[in-house]
Design a protein. Structure first.
Length: 265
């Protein structure tokens, strides 16, 4: 019988190996069912069929991945501002299993090669020649922009943007509700992807209180204790600078599509 293959006659090294062969699979099963049961018990994610996802769980390993979401917004809630009729929010997704140290080294070297010593890249001031780029020529600013654009292209990230055209709404409350609806639908439609992460860390500078509230309420209800909300600033995180870059270009594209670009654009 199969069980006899695990019999032993002495406490030798062979016995320890055979015992591990039994104990380790049992440990994996116990850990998996505990994880699934905890998620269902919390009520933040729907219960899944354990047998259907067991092999997927074992392949991922004992420690699941961490997803970072870096968030920035562009625009304002002034309904009469025709220069910026759209409010835009960007989310940059990074699986922390994907190391970006090589890409960071690439950017730092490129910026050093072109003698760019600004503390961080803020795309809108870079385009408008505002501080800290006010002393730079158009040619110098283009070199910085191209270096950062190449950095973004190399990164193992994905992103999405949410937009609200303010002219369609009568007050700020309606805009907030529209944003909340878009974000919730986006997450729920891709819930299976987000369930693959043990922890989801949200980085946002809390620049707009209503965005902070939407993120905490909407994402908090969906992810529960798996979500870690952190107040963070662009000067400290390159991926927040990437979110700013995406928002700025999205706003610029909208203005060009509406034949209303700024002078710097």
């Amino acid at each position: 019988m199969t069980a006899r293959s695990y019999e032993f006659k002495s406490r030798s090294g062979d016995y320890l190996i055979q015992k591990a062969k039994i104990a380790f699979p049992v440990f994996l099963f116990m850990l998996y069912y505990r994880q699934v049961g905890h998620q269902a018990e919390q009520g933040h994610v729907p219960a899944i069929e354990p047998e259907a996802d067991l092999w997927q769980f074992l392949c991922k390993g004992l420690v699941l991945s961490i997803l970072s979401i870096h968030i920035d917004e562009s625009g304002n809630l002034n309904l009469s501002n025709r220069q910026n009729p759209t409010y835009c929010l960007a989310m940059v997704f990074h699986n922390q299993d994907d190391d970006i140290s090589t890409e960071l080294q690439f950017l730092n070297k490129r910026l050093s090669d072109i003698n760019c010593d600004v503390p961080f890249i803020h795309t809108s001031p870079l385009i408008r020649q505002d501080e800290p780029f006010a002393h730079l020529s158009g040619y110098e600013r283009k070199k910085i922009f191209r270096a950062f654009a190449r950095f973004v292209e190399l990164l193992p990230i994905t992103y999405t943007t949410f937009q609200v055209t303010k002219t369609f709404y009568q007050d700020n409350k309606q805009i907030e509700v529209a944003f909340e609806h878009q974000i919730r639908n986006f997450i729920e439609e891709r819930l299976e992807y987000f369930q693959g992460f043990e922890k989801i860390v949200v980085y946002y500078d809390c620049g707009q209180s209503f965005i902070s509230r939407i993120l905490r309420d909407t994402l908090g209800k969906i992810f529960g204790s798996r979500m870690d909300f952190r107040t963070a600033y662009q000067k400290d995180y390159r991926l927040l600078q990437v979110a700013d870059y995406i928002c700025t270009l999205e706003q610029s594209k909208i203005r060009w599509d509406n034949d209303n670009p700024t002078k710097s654009e």
